[in-house]
Design a protein around this ligand. Structure first.
Ligand SMILES: Nc1ncnc2c1ncn2[C@@H]1O[C@H](COP(=O)(O)OP(=O)(O)O)[C@@H](O)[C@H]1O
Ligand SMILES: [Mg+2]
Length: 231
């Protein structure tokens, strides 16, 4: 059974404006990594924002465990059910790594006496050195900030992880580490991981590769999909 289902969803940024997504249908299961690929401007980030309930579809909807996420409390959904790794990390720059992670657990309503220890353990398991745990995240490297962003997204154990080009600015070896973390999340922890990526390595590692133009009925009908390479 699918965990998340997109049903006949269309989206335009303004009423009556150009449809970025048109009649999209897709299903996502637990324990799998999905790579969402396609040319720049095709609507990948837009689709991720919809899956994160940061924006509402113009038509159609998204179901998680058969419930329409837009009919429920979308704030609660974002805080508890999805972990989001944004392209620009979206960390709180003056806070340190541990504080960033603890804050997300607080917002998700995680009620544990040892949240700080849990945050530390998680960050260390994702490769943050002990002496970097209490430095403002702004002083950390891109790869380290990416790891903090991932720690934050998984700290409250959401069933769905969404990541927008998570290795866009990273070197090959950091990319491999980040990939291993995603594999662990999906294949060991059973999360549904959806990654927007330009990386061939990540696309090849994914269990399912989804070229966004193939989801988009409108674009397919106009035979535009074939003229755009997926990477
Ligand atoms: N806030 C916005 N308002 C209006 N148009 C937007 C906005 N964000 C993105 N777009 C447009 O939507 C299309 C898809 O953008 P995006 O989802 O960012 O593509 P991708 O992530 O695949 O590169 C692009 O044509 C982009 O210009
Ligand atoms: Mg994008």
């Amino acid at each position: 059974m699918s965990l998340m289902k997109i049903e006949d969803m269309s989206f335009a940024y303004s009423a009556g404006g150009r449809k970025i997504l048109e009649h999209v249908n897709a299903e996502f299961e637990e324990g799998k990594i999905y790579a969402l690929v396609g040319r720049s401007g095709a609507g990948k980030t837009t689709l991720l924002s919809l899956l994160a309930a940061l924006t509402h579809p113009t038509e159609g909807s998204i179901y998680v465990n058969d419930e329409d996420i837009f009919k429920g409390d979308t704030y609660k959904y974002r805080c508890k059910d999805v972990g989001i790794v944004f392209q620009n990390y979206n960390l709180l720059p003056k806070m340190n790594a541990v504080e960033n992670v603890v804050l997300s657990m607080d917002i998700a309503g995680i009620d544990l006496p040892d949240k700080k220890q849990r945050a530390k353990d998680l960050l260390i398991s994702l490769g943050i050195a002990e002496y970097d745990l209490d430095r403002p995240v702004l002083q950390l490297s891109g790869g380290q900030q990416q790891r903090v962003a991932m720690a934050r997204a998984i700290s409250y154990e959401p069933p769905i992880i969404l990541a927008d080009e998570p290795t866009g600015n990273l070197d090959d070896s950091t990319e491999k580490d980040i990939m291993a973390i995603f594999e662990d999340m999906a294949h060991r922890a059973g999360k549904c991981v959806i990654i927007v990526t330009h990386s061939k390595q990540i696309a090849n590692m994914a269990d399912v590769k989804i070229p966004i133009d193939e989801l988009n009925v409108h674009i397919k009908d106009n035979s535009l999909a074939e003229s755009h390479p997926v990477n």
